[in-house]
Design a protein around this ligand. Structure first.
Ligand code: 4NP
Length: 152
């Protein structure tokens, strides 16, 4: 299973999602691979946002090795599932997909957390530190359910 996590800048939400999923995959002993990307190119080559790295370290997960890159059309061949953090990301991803079949591989991350009040992971970039903890909590639920959903 190859999973790509996608947001806008690839410095806040999707690297956090990748870090959480990577951690869970390791703990479950699964042979899955993960990566993350942004629909935008604003932060290509950068480390995750300091607030994102701090929120993750508060939960003993280190994402300092991750570097931002932009989503590319070939990702639709390289990955089995591409998970968008919000509806705008999903729309932009589907526009880039090489075919309708490829576009169907793109879904919303929070589809895996149907009981959560929010359907989209809010962009924490322009807010304070609390936003990053909220993102961590949401993504933890979605990633745990994703593993259950796929293993089933
Ligand atoms: P992300 O957050 O999509 O969760 O990585 C953002 C990071 C940067 C910007 C927007 C959102 N930006 O406009 O630079």
């Amino acid at each position: 299973m190859k999973i790509l996590l996608v947001c806008l800048g690839n410095i806040c939400r999707s690297p956090m999602a990748e870090g959480i999923l990577r951690d869970m995959i390791g703990k479950h002993g699964l042979d899955w691979s993960t990566d993350s990307a942004g629909t935008g190119d604003y932060h290509v080559g950068e480390q995750p946002d300091k607030r994102a790295m701090k929120a993750m370290l508060d939960h003993d997960i280190d994402i300092s090795d991750l570097r931002a890159r932009q989503l590319r059309a070939s990702d639709f061949d390289a990955f089995d599932v591409l998970l968008a953090m919000d509806a705008s990301n999903l729309q932009n991803m589907r526009r880039l997909a090489p075919s309708k079949e490829h576009a169907l591989k793109a879904r919303l991350m929070m589809d895996h957390a149907p009981d959560h009040a929010l359907r989209e992971v809010p962009d924490p970039y322009f807010g304070g530190d609390e936003g990053f903890e909220e993102v961590y909590q949401m993504l933890t639920i979605a990633c745990a359910n994703l593993i259950d959903d796929v293993k089933r």
